[in-house]
Design a protein. Structure first.
Length: 211
């Protein structure tokens, strides 16, 4: 009998529709025209298929008749499909299946994040997949991820998007954002007044203006 912790791509694809952004990823189901960006910054045009989950390999072929090549996120700088731009990001934490009940955040070693905006702060939309013990199913947990460069490397702060949990947990999740944006009181005030039932885009737009 297969372990319930194993990720079923079919099930995850269904659950992915819980995310307003994720359900619009055409490359999660079929090969779509796009380009990959290699580690040396060179680009290759072709057909791309990638299921949005950490550690999932991107499948690339130059045309319909060419052989498939698989790239883990760490082997690419990113990829582009239509209006979507994805960047390879590593070693950060998000809010996933262990947070709602246990208050524990989940570590991601490597994945592709959808780049929403870049500049002083890079803003990503990232999907994490995990087992929901209450429902007994796999579930997709969407996060907004903020990134900035510091003397010691990159710093990250995530915030859960659309997770079902008590508001107290959402308030706890704001703590990392307070530290991340400590030099920007206008953003902190906006975060403090934010409620889970509201649209997070107001905070995103405020950060975008700084970029």
């Amino acid at each position: 009998m297969a372990s319930p912790l194993k990720i079923s791509s079919v099930l995850l694809l269904f659950l992915l529709t819980l995310s307003a952004r994720g359900q619009n990823y055409p490359f999660a189901r079929d090969f779509i025209k796009g380009e990959i960006i290699l580690k040396d910054s060179s680009r290759k045009a072709g057909l791309i298929k990638w299921f949005p989950a950490p550690e999932e390999k991107l499948v690339f072929r130059e045309n319909e008749n060419s052989r498939k090549q698989k790239y883990p996120p760490e082997d690419l700088l990113g990829f582009k499909v239509d209006t979507f731009r994805f960047v390879s990001i590593a070693d950060f934490e998000v809010y996933g299946n262990d947070y709602a009940l246990l208050g524990k955040i989940s570590k991601i070693k490597h994945t592709f994040g959808e780049l929403i905006d870049s500049g002083r702060f890079n803003i990503y939309f990232v999907l994490f997949s995990g087992y929901n013990a209450l429902s007994g199913t796999m579930q997709s947990y969407p996060n907004y991820l903020f990134e900035k460069k510091s003397d010691s490397g990159y710093q990250y702060a995530a915030y859960p998007a659309g997770m079902r949990m008590k508001e107290k947990k959402y308030e706890m999740a704001k703590e990392s954002l307070y530290v991340f944006f400590r030099d920007y009181p206008e953003i902190i005030e906006k975060i403090k007044s934010y409620k889970p039932e509201q649209d997070f885009s107001g905070i995103i737009k405020l950060v975008e203006r700084l970029n």
